[in-house]
Design a protein around this ligand. Structure first.
Ligand code: HEM
Length: 487
């Protein structure tokens, strides 16, 4: 459990041991009393408790009488300062499982000399047994953790250095790239977990951008190939920790280039073409910019196919990261294993595909109307993973029309379950199946809120609004990780 939890925070074994041991060098656990007499928990407590809850009526109700986790005791001999006794106690003593005064199981040393015991945190002159939690014992019992614990025990300076770095990572990971840090204390060093990017030293004029768009559209790559590559490269963005996104073009690198969700064969074909275009230019333009610009150009063309002239705003300035700048292992966790926008799930999950779509949407920082317009647009652009036909409710694939919404809300059709998560859209008059759909498609008709957005876009007089809103949401996705661009 410890390993899995810390891996989710991109912490390796060494960082995990350092953090747990370093954290538990100071402070203590609290369980010196009967946990059952604590008052109601914060959500159940009355207003006068002001959200604190767990009122403790035992003794002082705090200090030596505190009950929180229910475990009781400190881990090190001087728990109010940074020292190196945690590993000494853990590795050089035998421990047994005993019950704390609150009745929780914890580990205490067998026959520890009185003078080795930590002083009580509150009562002067009193010594108490130190304690270990199951997680602390794992640092001794797990063979990999043990090797690390021994090294830290023998080299306190090294332990201090690893702890300091891991602490900085723990408390700064979700700030995203270093460009988002403020103040004079920002470390000069580039750290791999900050997903560093190269500095970009070029700009592009409007004329150059227009010229590049022509080149991309005439490259032989299809509209869908350009759009899908741009989408896949940008969709990894997570508002939760500002990782992922199109900047860096890490879609060219391991592990992203091999993700099934990115359709590796199509991706390689597009990347090879973009590199060819890049080499033929008089000016250095990053592949990251070319990927996004290819998507913009193809969307402008698709809008034109639907009779709407629109310019997709483009902000150049993305860089191409290298393998050395990429913490490949921690990128594994960004793998899209579902993408409702491309009507795809890697396999069947307990969570329904439409719920997975919501999860991706919130991670990307999109609102429900933005999700709706993007979904409807991407279906008619034919961007489904593997070219699947589900939800492509149009006879003019590749034109940015509002057909998805028009046909989804058209009462001349009936919606019939075909298998677990697939449906047939059947013409009521003839009984013929006109289209097929997934749950992700049909949720835009079945959920009352999503349906209200779908109906707005289905209106005859909103064809242009649909295109404009689609382009706005698309650019939001493409620029989600452009912290340097004013939004
Ligand atoms: C393996 C994962 C960990 C587990 C299972 C764990 C568990 C616990 C438990 C049960 C307590 C007692 C809470 C109480 O009774 O008030 C505690 C306290 C504490 N933990 Fe952890 N912990 C873990 C990792 C960490 C890390 C990574 C840090 C910091 C880098 C940390 C720092 C602390 C500190 C400073 C206290 C004492 C708080 C106080 O004095 O009130 N722990 N931990």
């Amino acid at each position: 459990d410890v390993r899995t939890t810390f891996k989710r925070m991109a912490m390796n074994d060494e960082e995990t041991v350092a953090l747990t041991a370093g954290g538990h060098t100071v402070g203590k656990c609290h369980g010196n009393g009967d946990a059952s007499i604590l008052g109601p928990k914060p959500e159940e407590a009355d207003v006068e408790e002001q959200g604190f809850g767990w009122k403790n009526t035992q003794g002082k109700g705090h200090s030596e009488d505190t009950v929180s986790s229910g475990l009781e005791g400190a881990w090190s001999s001087k728990p109010d300062r940074w020292n190196h006794t945690y590993f000494h106690l853990l590795l050089n003593h035998e421990w047994e499982s005993v019950k704390s005064p609150a009745g929780a199981w914890q580990w205490e040393p067998i026959n520890m000399k009185e003078e080795d015991k930590p002083l009580d945190a509150h009562i002067p002159g009193v010594r108490r047994n130190p304690i270990m939690t199951d997680a602390d014992m794992a640092l001794k019992m797990d063979p990999e953790y043990r090797k690390i614990s021994e090294r830290f025990h023998n080299d306190p300076e090294y332990f201090g250095e690893v702890f300091a770095r891991a602490w900085f990572k723990l408390t700064h990971r979700d700030l995203g790239p270093k460009s988002r840090y403020l103040g004079p204390d920002v470390p000069k060093e580039d750290l791999i977990w900050q997903d560093p990017l190269p500095t970009v030293d070029y700009t592009l004029s409007e004329v150059e951008i227009e010229d590049l768009k022509k080149k991309l559209l005439n490259s032989g790559l299809s509209q869908t190939e350009l759009i899908n590559t741009a989408w896949d490269s940008a969709r990894t963005f997570r508002g939760s920790d500002y990782r992922g996104g199109a900047n860096g073009a890490r879609i060219r690198l391991a592990p992203q280039k091999d993700w099934v969700g990115n359709e590796p064969e199509r991706l390689q074909k597009v990347l090879a073409k973009l590199e060819e275009i890049q080499q033929g230019l008089d000016k250095k333009v990053s592949i990251a910019d070319l990927i996004v610009l290819g998507g913009s150009a193809a969307i402008e063309k698709a809008a034109e196919n639907a009779g709407v002239k629109i310019k997709v705003p483009f902000s150049p300035g993305r860089g191409d990261a290298t393998d050395e700048m990429t913490d490949a292992e921690s990128f594994n966790d960004l793998e899209p294993i579902h993408d409702g926008f491309r009507n795809w799930v890697k396999k069947d999950y307990v969570v329904k595909p439409e719920e997975l779509l919501l999860d991706r949407t919130q991670l990307m920082g999109l609102t429900a109307p933005e999700m709706t317009v993007l979904m409807g647009g991407m279906r008619v652009l034919g961007t489904n993973h593997g070219g699947a036909k589900h939800g492509v409710f149009t006879d003019k694939v590749g034109a940015l029309t509002n057909d998805f919404f028009v046909n989804l809300t058209d009462m001349s059709y009936d919606w019939k379950p075909a298998s677990d998560s697939h449906y047939n859209i059947v013409e009521r008059k003839t009984g013929e199946t006109k289209w097929t759909a997934t749950r992700v498609d049909l949720v835009f008709g079945s959920n009352s809120i999503l349906r209200s957005y779908a109906e707005v876009y289905a209106q005859d007089d909103n064809k242009e609004k649909f295109v404009k809103d689609f382009v706005k949401a698309w650019v939001k996705v493409m620029d989600a990780d452009r912290f340097d661009v004013k939004k």
